[in-house]
Design a binder for this molecule. Structure first.
Ligand code: TRP
Ligand code: ZN
Length: 885
């Protein structure tokens, strides 16, 4: 499967490996610039592969030193070694041992793939193709081996030496300034799960007793002095371990589980067997430094990586096309965990917001791809919202279609049948087909067709016959390389809401027996019509409850229906959705009005609905976290997505600002009262209930300010002074930062100085300033790029400032193209040092075609300038080519 640079990799070309690597012995002697890696591989021909072919090992920027075959040095005529390949043209016919030494410069590794330095520590990142940057190997997930790793380092520089598995031995090296440790991992794994960490790290420890009574030593390693900030992550880890036993019957399988937080990391975290490596943003938290969202993020990512131990590690992926097999499934599992730990409807709304804001645009633009892609140029560009989030939605639909018990039986079968192997999506789905006795052939289309299905839904009530007729039609727009699509199978949860309260009974001869019991219709064809009987009066249709399928819905509800649903729906998700839909309609009309030079309307229904919401929140009749989400208007990007073409960001901004102003003015007194009521003098707790109250308090403040600037800013300054936690401090600062005022610069400045030594807090400060909706923001962002706390080589800093700026809908999409030009400059600068991050930043252009003419021309020109660069990484080349394609 090894391909030369520039050749796309295709699923149809998959072949089993011709050689297997049974066991790997690594001897790694760490040095900042000259690390020595000796790899001893126990290799044998794969009986299922081609016999007698060359052994072709992957490498990437490697420096070859020497090689031995079965204990004897290899003559130069008997092998070829380059930076990217080790080739043995005529390997022995039976099992053999290959020993290869390479040399590395971890300090020069800016790509953060392979072995690199983060702060004063050594660490590794091997998924997807980083192991080949450490040593020559069959770097593909279907080659599973046991590993035994000896790590040696300077004792003072790296008192802590970690690798996967259990600690076997440790001791002093020949050079007394150095020491070593041997780690052995008995579980066979693909090389992308290899990890090593060494450095001067502090840790906290704990333990967990598994259901079968085995004691597991747990530790979280952090920079010295940061230990106190690791306790929440430890707590989340123990809850995750207990949850996976309780809900999926899955126990941990080593004597130790280590987590390490590093400050330079390309993604969120990595599930290396027994040694998870984390972006420190997803480990470190204290009330003074982390927001409630940070706490929730830590809980979710700790769970995610831990759950990979079964979905990813024990059962891994046959090839990278199957990435969703581990990622979609593990996201689904971490979502269920968080829903259990917190409020399920609130969690569901947040998930859908992420799906719609990150995955829907991907699916609607030039970067659209299947949840299981069929071709890639650069695999690291496929760690996408489609693979992760839409992949999780597919598992969720599957569970709803076959029911929770059968779903669990299917998972049990999957673990039993595929434990210790590298599996495919087909094999996963086959387990559920088997336990449910259903044909899931059509359901598989969710993996093989890109694009978000659109459901057109029409309801009509016939008072004479007391019937309600529901018509559903699905369609999917063409996506790159897929002109026509086949209908998808999906569960549609729904209800008929009686305007006088409650759900009406669902009686229909058109339903199959038992089908309507759970209020779920199964859509299998491109259309379905169903007539309900004994419907006493015209219902309000509550469609797609709990967002039971990842689709767009175009319905014919009236605005009165939406108000009814927002008040009465028994499904909390749809109560939220009703308000979002209502606000979206008002905003879309507002945008039209503004573009036509008319003032936007004041919508009495929406103003009243907000009044009711605030009143319910004040009287404690609503979960505060839910009320916060319900009070959050669709974002500028949400509205842009609804408009879909000829998008004018300034008009969207103006319409939204006008509406927020009207709501804030209309309910000023109630909002102030709500804000006052939610003041909390009890000691800080990160639990969901307390977090919900803080979120609502921040939400009330923000809406109040939009309608009452002067009083609002005074209140924000008060909150900023009095806050005893980062959530309230940042809530107040955001309100102050986003509005011009005489105190703004001073306040921002003071915050920046106060947290000058706290990079994760500076990230919030960078991101916030990048989001200011003013023309000067561009210069501000350029200025911040020279701030002492900023660094182009740290992905978190870059994501905060530059990623934050590209989420600034009006300023990034400026009609003069200056916003795009700023991104261009950063992408081109960063590409030679960290191509993964450069490529990721460039995906901010994914919706460029939906902009109005002038902006679209500017966007296209920017992409063409990047494409014309003489040297580009495969990562950026791939994104820019597909974006223009
Ligand atoms: N497997 C990781 C996860 O849990 C993703 C990941 C971490 C990753 N680091 C990476 C992917 C670097 C690509 C490159 O989701
Ligand atoms: Zn993952």
């Amino acid at each position: 499967m090894r391909t030369s640079v520039g050749q796309p990799v295709r699923l149809v070309d998959y072949r089993v490996p011709d050689y297997l690597i049974e066991a790997v012995e690594l001897d790694i002697s760490l040095d900042r610039h000259a690390t020595r890696v000796t790899s001893t591989l126990a290799i044998r021909p794969n009986p299922a592969g081609q016999a007698g072919v060359a052994l072709d090992l992957d490498g990437d920027e490697l420096v070859f030193v020497s090689a031995e075959l079965d204990g004897a040095p290899l003559a130069s005529a008997d092998f070829e070694a380059s930076a990217s390949q080790f080739l043995l043209p005529r390997p022995p016919r039976g099992p053999f041992t290959l020993k290869i030494e390479t040399r590395l410069d971890p300090a020069a590794n800016t790509k953060l793939m392979g072995l690199y330095r983060s702060g004063s520590a050594y660490c590794t990142q091997c998924e997807a193709e980083g192991f080949r940057r450490i040593t020559y190997f069959l770097d593909r997930p279907d080659v599973l081996s046991t590993y035994r790793v000896r790590v040696e380092a300077d004792r003072a520089e790296a008192p802590v030496l970690l690798a996967n598995g259990n600690l076997e031995n440790f001791g002093e090296a020949d050079d007394p300034a150095r020491h070593w440790a041997i780690w052995a991992d008995p579980h066979k794994k693909p090389c992308y799960l290899f990890a090593l960490v060494a450095g001067d790290l502090a840790h906290i420890s704990n333990s967990f007793v598994t259901a079968s009574g085995r004691k597991v030593a747990l530790a979280i390693y952090v920079e010295p002095e940061r230990e106190e900030r690791a306790h929440y992550a430890m707590d989340a880890l123990k809850r995750s371990m207990a949850w996976d036993e309780r809900v999926y019957g899955r126990e941990y399988d080593l004597d130790v589980f280590n987590v390490v937080a590093v400050s330079d990391f390309n993604m969120g975290a990595m599930e290396n067997k027994g040694l998870n490596v984390f972006n420190d943003k997803y480990v470190l938290a204290s009330p003074q430094t982390a927001t409630d969202d940070d706490y929730a993020g830590i809980e979710g990512v700790i769970a995610h990586e831990y759950f990979h131990n079964w979905t990813g590690n024990r059962v891994t992926c046959r090839d990278w096309f199957q990435l969703c097999l581990k990622e979609g499934l593990t996201v689904f599992r971490d979502q269920e965990f968080s829903a259990d730990m917190r409020s399920a409807p609130v969690k569901r709304i947040s998930e859908v917001r992420v799906l719609r804001s990150a995955q829907f645009p991907e699916d609607a633009g030039p970067l659209a791809h299947n949840v299981r892609p069929e071709v890639y140029n650069e695999i690291s560009n496929f760690y996408t919202a489609t693979v992760y989030q839409k992949g999780a939605e597919i598992v969720r639909m599957l569970k709803r279609l076959i029911g929770p018990r059968t779903f669990r039986a299917g998972m049990d079968l999957y673990f039993q049948r595929h434990d210790g192997t590298a599996a495919t999506v087909e094999e996963f789905i086959a387990c559920f087909a088997e336990v449910s006795g259903r044909d899931l052939g059509r359901f598989m289309r969710w993996y093989t067709q890109a694009g978000t299905p659109k459901l057109t839904v029409r309801g009509s009530y016939n008072p004479a016959e007391r019937t309600y007729r529901l018509e559903i039609v699905q369609s999917i727009a063409p996506t790159p390389g897929q002109a026509s699509k086949l209908p998808m199978t999906m569960p549609l949860a729904f209800g008929l809401v009686d305007p006088q309260g409650g759900d009406m009974p669902l009686i229909s001869p058109d339903a199959s027996p038992g089908e309507l019991e759970g209020g779920v219709l199964e859509l299998k064809e491109s259309e379905r019509t169903i007539v309900f009987h004994d419907v006493p009066r015209r219902p309000a249709l509550s469609f797609l409850r709990g967002f039971s399928a990842p689709v767009r819905v175009e319905d014919d509800l009236t605005e009165d229906d939406l108000v009814v649903l927002s008040r009465r729906d028994s499904d909390n998700f749809n109560r939220w959705q009703a308000l979002q839909s209502l606000a979206t309609r008002v905003l879309l009309r507002g945008v039209k009005a503004i573009r036509a030079g008319r003032p936007p309307e004041r919508n009495a229904g929406l103003v009243a609905a907000f009044g009711a919401l605030i009143e319910d929140a004040r009287l404690g009749r609503l979960d505060p976290a839910f009320a916060t989400l319900a009070m959050t208007l669709p974002s500028e990007a949400d509205i842009a997505r609804e408009i879909g073409e000829d998008v004018d960001p300034d008009a969207i901004y103006a319409a939204r600002k006008t509406l927020r102003g009207a709501l804030g003015r209309a309910h000023g007194d109630a909002l102030i009262e709500l804000h006052r009521q939610l003041a909390d003098s009890s000691p800080f707790s990160p639990d969901a209930a307390a977090a919900g109250r803080r979120a609502l308090r921040n939400g009330a403040l923000a809406l109040f300010v939009d309608g009452n600037v002067i009083d609002g800013l005074a209140l924000a300054h008060l909150q900023l002074r009095e806050a005893d936690n980062m959530t309230e401090r940042l809530g107040a600062l955001s309100v102050i930062a986003l509005k011009p005022s005489s105190t703004r610069e001073h306040t921002l400045d003071a915050f920046g100085r106060r947290y000058a030594m706290e990079p994760l807090i500076l990230d919030k400060w960078f991101a916030l300033q990048a989001q200011i909706p003013e023309r000067e923001t561009l210069e501000r962002v350029e200025g911040l790029m020279s701030h002492r706390g900023f660094s182009m080589s740290n992905p978190n800093r870059v994501r905060a400032l530059i990623g934050g700026f590209s989420a600034n809908h009006t300023q990034f999409n400026r009609a003069d193209g200056a916003g795009f030009a700023l991104l261009e400059k950063v992408v081109v600068t960063l590409d030679p040092t960290n191509p993964q991050i450069a490529a990721r930043l460039l995906t901010a252009m994914r919706s460029w075609r939906s902009l109005e003419d002038e902006r679209r021309r500017q966007a296209e020109a920017m992409l063409r300038r990047i494409a014309a660069q003489p040297t580009l990484s495969p990562d950026v080349r791939d994104i820019v080519t597909r974006s223009l394609g």
